[in-house]
Design a protein around this ligand. Structure first.
Ligand code: PLP
Length: 452
């Protein structure tokens, strides 16, 4: 770190409060200041180059230097830098994007609704679900079931959906009407001895049904889940999980929200995680890779079961009283459209499948390493969970201490990753090559050995 009093690091400490950090400790440790990006690489202000193995925040599908997105933004910025979709207003990039998303959806969807972030989109999903229950004359049907370790954002309502302690502690969350399952679909960590993946899935579906019955089915409106849990530790659902969960939801007439904010647009080797796991959602929540996060934009896709009652209610009351000034911003929409074109034209979904298989195979070879408890993942998303003792699966000293240590070594070895507790996540740009995966995993091996 540059110790000069007016260095960028010193000014960051003086003026900038970060998200997701220990704000006190940051005053001593300071930032890693990233200056530029090129393909799968980013470079810091000291000129050190890193493979960005998290694609930023699970988001930069097309890499950090895609000129077509820059040109799309410039063109739209010159033509119409801002407009909105309140009331009867519309603009072409948004109409084009809505059409494209509805046509791309893996299950019949009726409409796209635009917001700025994953959190806002999930907040909007909750409001749409509540509005719909009122429209249907079922005002008691307001509870939404989310999952332990699920991640759905940080606004008051979406943080309530999130099932991680740090998003609730000292924020007085969750709010009313948001319930969490008591289990996470993580077979390695939570299955009982001898329980197969199918049996574990059946037990979780049974637990869900018991929760619904205990609360009263007439009070439950929806279930929300990520096809693969991301920020909760890249938890890949066990065999049969989504099929069995969906059977319970159908039995009680509950809506299903698929939070595709990480899985959407190719991450799992299919365009959507819902395709990978046979999920048939009523609402899909999209963000991040929709625009490779070059600009913030998010969207909800809703089917007729959701749209029609909302339309009736807005007609009765006079308006659907919800919308964001920047929701569906024309420049962000133009960037998203171009980004989706790049993903399709370069077959980045196929690349995620092919190069993803190489990533998964190389990581699985590390399963015998003394610090590796579990290797998990699909396509270009993976995690390696570190343990002190492979048999008991106990973490090493303080939880997250080993993960943070290995993550630090990874950075010294030229790879930016992220540890979620003792799980090290990998979620690189979808343009990554096999040779770059080899460099990444080689650096990871060196980092693991350094921690021995
Ligand atoms: N949903 C999922 C699955 C996410 O991973 C995230 C962010 O990581 C969000 C929602 C929240 O998105 P945002 O940070 O854009 O509010």
């Amino acid at each position: 770190m540059d110790a000069r009093p007016n260095s960028p690091e010193a000014r960051d400490i003086r003026y900038h409060m970060h998200g997701y950090t220990n704000a006190r400790k940051h005053q001593e440790t300071g930032p890693l200041v990233i200056e530029k990006g090129d393909g799968v690489y980013v470079e810091d202000i000291a000129g050190n180059r890193y493979i960005e193995a998290m694609a930023g925040l699970w988001s930069v599908a097309v890499g950090f230097s895609e000129k077509r997105l820059v040109e799309a933004a410039t063109r739209q910025m010159s033509k119409l830098p801002f407009y909105h979709d309140f009331g009867s207003k519309a603009h072409s990039p948004l109409i084009d994007l809505a059409e494209k998303l509805v046509q791309m959806a893996p299950v019949p969807m009726s409409k796209a609704y635009f917001t700025n972030s994953g959190s806002e989109a999930n907040d909007t999903a909750i409001k749409m679900i509540w509005y719909r229950s009122n429209a249907l004359g079922q005002p008691a049907r307001k509870k939404i079931i989310s999952r332990k370790r699920g991640y759905h954002g940080v606004t008051i309502a979406s943080a309530s959906l999130t099932g991680l302690p740090n998003n609730h502690l000292s924020f007085d969350l969750p709010i009313a009407n948001i319930l969490h399952t008591s289990s996470t679909p993580h077979h390695w960590r939570e299955a009982q001895p001898g329980e197969s993946e199918e049996q574990f899935s059946a037990r979780l579906a049974d637990e869900l049904e018991k929760l619904i019955l205990a609360e009263g089915p007439e009070t439950i409106a929806a279930f929300i889940g990520e096809p693969i849990m991301g920020a909760g530790g890249v938890i890949v659902p066990p065999a049969g999980y989504w099929e069995k969960i969906q059977a319970v939801l159908s039995k009680y007439g509950m809506l299903l929200v698929a939070d595709e904010v990480i899985c959407g647009f190719g991450r799992t080797g299919e365009m959507f995680g819902s395709q990978t796991f046979g999920i048939k959602p009523d609402i899909m929540v999209l963000s991040k890779q929709i625009s490779s996060s070059y600009l913030p934009i998010s969207a909800l896709l809703i089917n007729d079961k959701v749209f029609e009652p909302i339309a009736d209610e807005s007609d009765r009351i006079g308006t659907f009283g919800h919308g964001f000034t920047g929701g569906g911003h024309p420049v962000a929409a133009a960037v998203a459209l171009e980004n989706i074109k790049v993903i399709e034209e370069r077959d980045l979904v196929g690349n995620a499948r092919k190069v993803g298989a190489h990533l998964q195979a190389r990581l699985r070879k590390l399963a015998s390493h003394p610090l590796v408890g579990e290797v998990r993942g699909v396509g270009l998303i993976a995690a390696v969970e570190l343990v002190a003792d492979k048999a008991t699966k106990v973490p090493w000293g303080k939880p997250a201490a080993l993960g943070a240590l290995v993550n630090g070594f990874l950075q010294q070895n030229g790879v930016i990753s992220r540890n979620m507790g003792d799980a090290i996540a990998f979620c690189p740009p979808l343009i990554i090559t096999e040779a770059q995966i080899d460099a990444l995993v080689d650096a990871f091996e060196r980092s693991l050995d350094a921690a021995l």
